[in-house]
Write a protein that binds this ligand. Structure first.
Ligand code: ZN
Length: 184
């Protein structure tokens, strides 16, 4: 997945890693654990964890705020190109919804990351592109193509969308004065 190389994502500069650990899926000692921290301006310290198995390809990542936070909901109106740079933190328990376009759901395969609005749109675009390529139904393919175009227009600041993040663990956030923060 291109996911891991997204240039919008923030990674710790000097993370520590531990290799040769036992992989919970293929049961071979090929798992590498990494841990690091990032100081996110106007937010605070965030820990990033990841596990990658070089044998079976298992990959999992997550984030956790240094300071414990209550369940939270953020919404943001994305209205211009400048908004692409707004910092977004998503834990594996966070749900990201963009009404009428798509969503990123929590679950066992969910990834936690520190990215920005563009990084979120790129992820959703990749999901829709995947669906477009896998889908047999011509009507659905057409719908996917329309959504991909719409996402492109949002990235160029030609169209507006709302992004909503809900996280019962409190570890997700949208860091902007424009974002509306509420209780979940
Ligand atoms: Zn494995």
């Amino acid at each position: 997945m291109g996911d891991k190389e997204d240039p919008n994502d923030v990674r710790p500069k000097d993370g520590e890693s531990l290799s040769g650990e036992m992989c919970p899926f293929c049961h071979t000692p090929n798992l590498t654990l990494t841990e690091g921290e990032v100081e996110v301006p106007f937010f605070g310290k965030v820990f990033l964890f990841s596990m990658t198995c070089s044998n079976c390809g298992y990959h999992k990542s997550d984030v956790e705020c240094a300071e414990q936070k209550p369940p939270v909901k953020y919404s943001l109106d994305v209205t211009c190109e400048e908004d692409m740079k707004i910092r977004v933190i998503r834990s594996s328990e966070g749900t990201i919804k963009i009404p009428r376009i798509g969503s990123i759901e929590p679950g066992p395969a969910a990834e936690g990351f520190i990215s920005n609005v563009e990084g979120i749109l790129q992820r959703i675009k990749a999901q829709v592109e995947h669906l477009r390529d896998e889908e047999e139904d011509e009507e659905t393919k057409k719908k996917c193509r329309g959504m991909i175009k719409k996402i492109g227009r949002v990235m160029w600041g030609q169209e507006s969308v709302k992004i909503v993040i809900e996280d019962p663990s409190g570890n997700s956030a949208i860091i902007s004065d424009k974002a509306v923060k509420g209780k979940l």
